[in-house]
Structure formats: structure tokens, C-alpha cells
Design a protein around this ligand. Structure first.
Ligand code: NAD
Ligand code: QIC
Length: 304
């Protein structure tokens, strides 16, 4: 038996979270640090619960002695209405993926943006961050764009196949970062804007096992561009492979996945995670999945 101060209980609330690699990443890091930590996926689909149940699940987690939670699709905005306190960045971003449960209070943070920010610093330390083209302005894309602007990007071209979404996100981000220029763009404009850009960030589902292919004409990439993908199943997406072959510096999507987990681990446990060790473990987990998919491709899960 142990109490909340002696061991750590964490959960991940969302739809389809059973294949998530965040629970094993937290558990392995805690094991190595000699900390007793259990991390349970709490899958709304398996529980046949609607997204609106997130408030009740927070209350249940508090009663059952959880120390913290990660929150994912489709609850990152819904959870805002159930928090006692929220970090400035999560409030500005309007999305929470980490909730600390302290003295019966719920405190919200966002480690998606901070995780991408640290991934960029670790994986592409020399990247010029002046002008960037970002493909995809959905949930993850919003956090990534916020991180790019916080990291000092001055001109961000936001491309989405849904022009209304690109326009809405660009307007929101423009208000949050008034000295930056954030412009909604269409895919038809890519050939005009790529030659002006220092780097490309990819935040659409294209390149995942279930959505193979390239999100743009590879001829638009020049060796001087850096390229960051956030898709990590597979870790070497077609974009990552072809950009690398062209001589571009590349950041794979695993860096963000590890970054969000490491930052949440620190917030929840108060201990710093060793990011290199966590990444090595993450790559092991992905390799196990890849081997299983190669044996039985029809069973490949269409997760992140
Ligand atoms: N590395 C990580 O930690 C991490 C975390 C979350 C998601 N992801 C990855 O990011 C991907 C996107 O996640 P999300 O939650 O933002 O999804 P989402 O559905 O909220 O957003 C995807 C956006 O991409 C746009 N889009 C689709 N095809 C496009 C194209 N060809 N060109 C331009 N825009 C296009 C869509 O209109 C949508 O706005 C996921 O599929 C997953 O692989 C990675
Ligand atoms: O690894 C996952 O499955 C996550 O759900 C990915 C992303 O949504 C993060 O914000 C969550 O903390 C964890």
C-alpha cells in the first residue's frame, strides 16, 4: 500500500487511447528512476462514454487517488470547463493535455506545444526560424504553430486543405503573436511560398500507415530547408526519408511524442525525465510495432 505522496498514479483520457505509447514511456522512465508509477489508459470508446464525461472522470480520478492525467482527443478543449487553474500558455492556446490533481484541485497545462518546442531545440538546434511553412492546422497543428511562434518564427504560412480552418487558426495566432505575420494559405500556393521558407513543418495525417504518401510535391524541397514531421507511425515517413535523401536536416515525429511525455512526466512527478533515454525506449516500442505490422499488416492499428 502507498499514498499519493509515495507513489504516482496517472491516466490518459480520450478516444482510442489503448495503443498509446505514452503510458509505457512514463512507466519505464519511472522504473529507471526508482519511482513507483502506474499509468492507465482510460478509453472513452471502451467505456462507451461521450467526450462530455471528461468532467466526471476527473472527479473520479481525484477520488481514486490519481496524481495526474493526460487528456487527448476529443477532450482537450472540453476539459477547460472543469479546471481550477490553468497555465498561461494552455489558456492562450485554449487546449489542455495534462491535468495535475493537487489538494483536490485540477490544474491544466499543455505539453504538446512545449514538447514540440523542446523537440525542435534538441533535434534541429541550428534551424533558422525566420519563415516557416506549416501543413495542417488541426488540433496538433495548433499546438505546433504556437510553439513555432514562441520559438521566434516571424513569418508563418499556415496551409490546410480546409481554408476556413487555416483562416481561423491564422487569425487566432496573429492575435496571440501580434509581431509575427501568420498567413492562411492554400495548397495551390505552396510553390510560391516554399522557396521563401527556411523550413517546413508537417502536421497532417499524410504519411501515417493508414494514409501513406507525401503531403507536398517533393520537388518543392531544397537541401537548405529543414523539415519537421509530427507523424511518427512510421517513424521514417516518406516525407522524412525523401527530405533526408535530398540533404535536408530532418526532425521525426517521435521527438514531439517524447517531448510531450517528458514534460508531462516532469509536471506530474516533479522529476526531470531523461529525454534521450525516453526516446531510445520510444524507438524500441515503435520497432516492436513495426515488426508486428510486418507480420500481420491487416492488423496495423491506425493510431497517431
Ligand atoms: N508527434 C506527436 O506527438 C503527435 C501528436 C498528435 C498528432 N500527431 C500526428 O499529427 C497528425 C495530425 O493530428 P491532428 O490531431 O492535428 O489531426 P486533425 O485532424 O485535427 O488535423 C489535421 C489537419 O490536416 C489537414 N489536412 C489534411 N490533409 C491535408 C493536406 N494534404 N494538406 C494540408 N492540410 C491537410 C486537415 O484539414 C486538418 O485540419 C496525426 O495524424 C498524427 O499522425 C502527432
Ligand atoms: O500519446 C498519446 O496517445 C497522446 O494522446 C498524444 C497527445 O494527444 C498528447 O497530448 C497526450 O498527452 C498523449
Amino acid at each position: 500500500m502507498s499514498n499519493r505522496a509515495e507513489s504516482v498514479l496517472v491516466g490518459l483520457i480520450g478516444e482510442g487511447v489503448m495503443p498509446s505509447l505514452t503510458p509505457p514511456m512514463h512507466e519505464r522512465e519511472a522504473d529507471v528512476q526508482g519511482l513507483r508509477l502506474l499509468y492507465r489508459p482510460i478509453d472513452l470508446l471502451e467505456l462507451a462514454l461521450p467526450a462530455a464525461a471528461v468532467g466526471d472522470l476527473l472527479t473520479a480520478a481525484q477520488r481514486l487517488g490519481f496524481n495526474g492525467l493526460n487528456i487527448t482527443h476529443p477532450c482537450k478543449q472540453l476539459v477547460l470547463g472543469h479546471l481550477d487553474e490553468i497555465s498561461d500558455d494552455a489558456a492562450r492556446l485554449g487546449a489542455v493535455n495534462t491535468v495535475l490533481i493537487q489538494d483536490g484541485r485540477f490544474i491544466g497545462h499543455n505539453t504538446d506545444f512545449s514538447g514540440f518546442g523542446s523537440a525542435l531545440r534538441d533535434g534541429l538546434p541550428d534551424a533558422t526560424l525566420g519563415r516557416v511553412v506549416q501543413l495542417g492546422a488541426g488540433g496538433a497543428g495548433s499546438a505546433v504553430a504556437y510553439a513555432l511562434l514562441k520559438a521566434g518564427v516571424t513569418t508563418l504560412d499556415l496551409v490546410d486543405v480546409d481554408p476556413a480552418r487555416a483562416a481561423e487558426r491564422a487569425a487566432e495566432l496573429g492575435e496571440l503573436f501580434p509581431t509575427a505575420v501568420v498567413t492562411p494559405r492554400t495548397t495551390a500556393e505552396l510553390s510560391d511560398i516554399m522557396h521563401l521558407a527556411d523550413g517546413l513543418v508537417h502536421c497532417t495525417p499524410i504519411g501515417m500507415a493508414a494514409h501513406p504518401g507525401l503531403p507536398l510535391d517533393i520537388e518543392l524541397l531544397e537541401p537548405r530547408h529543414w523539415v519537421a514531421d509530427i507523424v511518427y507511425r512510421p517513424i521514417d515517413t516518406q516525407l522524412v526519408r525523401e527530405a533526408r535523401a535530398k540533404g535536408c536536416k530532418v526532425l521525426d515525429g517521435g521527438r514531439m511524442a517524447v517531448g510531450q511525455a517528458a514534460d508531462a512526466f516532469q509536471l506530474i512527478t516533479g522529476r526531470e525525465a531523461d529525454r534521450d533515454r525516453m526516446r531510445a525506449h520510444f524507438l524500441e516500442l515503435i520497432a516492436v510495432e513495426d515488426a508486428a505490422a510486418a507480420r500481420a499488416p491487416e492488423l496495423t492499428k491506425a493510431g497517431h
